[in-house]
Write a protein that binds this ligand. Structure first.
Ligand code: MN
Ligand code: MN
Length: 294
């Protein structure tokens, strides 16, 4: 199996979920890449920190009523490669393999650039990103492929329907590109002003007629008060509750993959990794519940 050459085992597993990949519905892996961080690096330590935090979570999910046994998941370890292009390529291969097995891929970043690998494997009709930033720059510090440009590269390649939620740290160049391409940008201020419910309806309308959706959560979507340890913190973010209420409205059987990225664990005392582990867990419980509904 290809996994052996692309992934290395890790000592601590997410939510202590081990087993054979063939037997699980959800296959999780870490992508500890932080080569292009522009401000606060260290997201390569995030998969380990999030796994550690997950081991101390209560297993019962209040939102779904599901528990540990309901989550059919195997943590397969981390991507080996640490250079940008080869790492993105390895992520693509791993996600393609997972997809080929009919399983649901989940990735723990790492910097946001990792999402490009998953999108290249899955080619979804629509992408929903929670992020303070648009990541639609053409280049940053002369880099064409980095955490601030990955979504521009993916969108140029595939032209999927794109919705960015919790946006608030923007550049004129990105707004121009978004307007030109009909990209839906929902600001954090919109979410806080109108509440999660009407925004959820708006996102659902935008996703009507779409067959496959990919979900990516940049941890800086959340306000620094709740999630301080991120690569590029940005004030006026949404709450974890708002984030999960919005995700609850989006997750249905069309979801083909999910990642969470940009946690930089060394910038706090563990809080942000705990929030991240909780967001991943609740999202996977919601995904499990939606597939049971059929
Ligand atoms: Mn991002
Ligand atoms: Mn961001």
């Amino acid at each position: 199996m290809k996994f052996d050459e692309l992934l290395k085992p890790v000592p601590e597993l997410f939510f202590e979920k081990s087993g054979k990949p063939e037997d699980a519905d959800i296959l999780l892996f870490g992508a500890p890449l932080d080569k292009t961080a522009s401000y606060r690096g260290g997201s390569r330590f995030a998969p380990t920190a999030i796994r550690e935090a997950s081991q101390y979570m209560e297993s019962y999910s209040v939102r779904t009523g599901l528990d540990w046994d309901d989550l059919s998941l195997v943590d397969m370890g981390d991507i080996v490669e640490s250079e940008v292009e080869p790492a993105v390529e390895n992520i693509r291969r791993v996600v393609e393999e997972i997809r080929g097995m009919g399983k649901f891929p989940v990735m723990l970043g790492g910097e946001h650039t990792i999402t490009l690998g998953a999108l290249r494997a899955l080619r979804p009709d629509a992408v929903v990103v929670f992020d303070a930033h648009l990541d639609l720059r053409d280049e940053l510090f002369e880099e064409r492929l980095c955490h601030a440009t990955y979504l521009r590269r993916a969108h140029e390649e595939q032209g999927f329907k794109l919705i960015v939620v919790a946006a608030r740290a923007l550049s004129a160049e990105e707004i121009e590109y978004a307007n030109e391409k009909g990209i839906t940008v929902i600001t954090a201020q919109d979410v806080k002003r109108f509440g999660a419910q009407p925004i959820t309806e708006m996102i659902k309308d935008t996703l009507e007629g779409v067959n496959s959706v990919y979900l990516s959560v940049d941890m800086d979507a959340v306000d620094p008060a709740e999630a301080p340890a991120v690569g590029n913190p940005s004030p006026e973010g949404i709450t974890v509750t708002q984030l999960l209420d919005l995700i609850a409205g989006i997750v249905d059987k069309r979801l083909v993959g999910f990642d969470l990225n940009e946690v930089s664990p060394s910038y706090d005392s563990g809080l942000t990794a705990i929030q991240a582990a909780y967001i991943v867990l609740e999202t996977l419980y919601m995904n499990t519940a939606s597939r049971r509904r059929g």
